[in-house]
Design a protein around this ligand. Structure first.
Ligand SMILES: *Cc1c(COP(=O)(O)O)cnc(C)c1O
Ligand SMILES: [Zn+2]
Length: 378
């Protein structure tokens, strides 16, 4: 597959098949490829994320690390009095859309002949990496904040990954993993550009499921931006290929208790300041200093999108609301739904406009936390 690893910081570029997870200058890398969407080939393959092979920078002969994941259902659900299309991204093998990134990244890691990786995560990315590494026979060390939900920790350990619980904030965990990343390959869902080459398939599926059209707006929770940036890349490639005629507006949702991006957006600043350290139910997006923060703001600006925040009571309420409809999602995903409600309250959205959002993670991962959230209120 043609393509390059590009550095936006110093302008350097590297061949795709090199084991660099960051540039020599220290900046993160991005992948540039000419994505193609041969309709007949796509339709001849099983419904799954790998049916878009010509848009994923993995050579045609490379064996895939896959469970046949993707092509999650997109259901019309009534939220705040209108119909919203909700992609069921909690229905992945490890219980979150992070499997999209893990499938592509671990395929590339295996292809490069790497046998031992490290990753840090607030839970779901670690669970996804542990799952795909188990399948590929790759050793995997996962660093997590000590406060991570038990279900996710059990999942990581059950997959045979080594678990390192780091006291303190999510950033303390990121610092701890950096030392290990000097020795082992850093399979990071924030640094590693191959991860985003997986999450971008979300956009391809949304487009195909809507009859090869783009929605008007896509509303996503955002911390490090692994889904939002993936969606931006995916829709941009569909646009470049002439399949869609405009990009959907990307609407980012943050927990008010940890909202460095939304704060920068409101203050019209490009320098993102670490947010105060406060607990949030939305553990999956509690990122105080997002590595790709500027890139996220730029993606939202480019699509005429916006960023908004949701409070803890709003997250709890949306969790209860979705559960009472039979959707067992994790609290971080409820933050997205609270964001959908707020977006609809604050904006006039014409009836014929298509809104897409996601259930990003499964409730089964966070049973204890959900019980405590709903109990406290009862
Ligand atoms: C990872 C994740 C998100 C998005 O988080 P980013 O930090 O922006 O990648 C949203 N919901 C869930 C459940 C997640 O695991
Ligand atoms: Zn560089």
């Amino acid at each position: 597959m043609e393509g390059k690893l590009n550095c936006n910081g110093c302008g350097a570029s590297y061949p795709l098949d090199t084991p660099y997870w960051r540039c020599g200058c220290g900046h993160f890398l991005d992948i540039e490829i000419e994505a193609q969407f041969p309709r007949e080939k796509i339709l001849s393959r099983p419904p799954g994320m790998w049916r878009y092979r010509e848009a994923i920078p993995i050579g045609g002969n490379v064996p895939l690390v896959t469970f046949g994941e993707g092509f999650t259902p997109m259901l019309a659900i009534e939220i705040a009095g209108r119909t919203v299309l909700v992609k069921q991204e909690h229905l992945f093998p490890s219980g979150s859309y992070k499997d999209r990134g893990a499938s592509v990244l671990v395929t590339q890691i295996k292809h490069l002949g790497i046998s031992h990786v490290v990753e840090d995560s607030s839970g779901n990315a670690g669970a996804a990496m542990a799952t795909y590494c188990a399948n590929a026979g790759i050793e995997c060390d996962i660093y997590v904040p000590a406060s991570t939900s038990e279900g996710k920790l059990a999942q990581v350990q059950a997959m045979g990954a080594r678990l390192y619980k780091i006291p303190g904030s999510r950033e303390d965990t990121a610092t701890a993993v950096m030392a290990a990343a000097n020795i082992f390959y850093y399979a990071s869902h924030t640094w590693n550009p191959f991860f985003f080459q997986g999450t971008k398939t979300f956009a391809f599926e949304v487009c195909e499921q809507m009859g090869w059209q783009a929605p008007d707006a896509v509303i996503l929770a955002v911390g490090n931006g692994s889904l939002l940036l993936g969606a931006y890349m995916g829709f941009s490639e569909l646009f470049k290929a002439g399949i869609i005629s405009r990009l959907p507006r990307l609407i980012g949702v943050q927990a008010a208790n940890c909202a460095p991006l939304a704060t920068a957006w409101q203050e019209n600043r490009d320098d993102i300041q670490a947010s105060a350290q406060q607990e949030t139910y939305a553990e999956g997006i509690a990122i105080r200093t997002p590595l790709r923060g500027k890139q996220i703001l730029e993606a939202i600006r480019q699509t005429r999108g916006t960023l908004l925040t949701v409070s803890e009571p709003e997250i709890r309420e949306s969790l209860e609301h979705m559960c009472r409809k039979g959707f067992y999602i994790e609290p971080t995903s409820a933050a997205t739904i609270a964001g959908v409600k707020k977006f609809l309250e604050q904006n006039f959205i014409e009836n014929q406009q298509n809104l897409v959002t996601v259930f990003s993670g499964h409730g089964l991962k966070t049973g204890g936390k959900i019980a405590r959230m709903l109990e406290k209120h009862a």
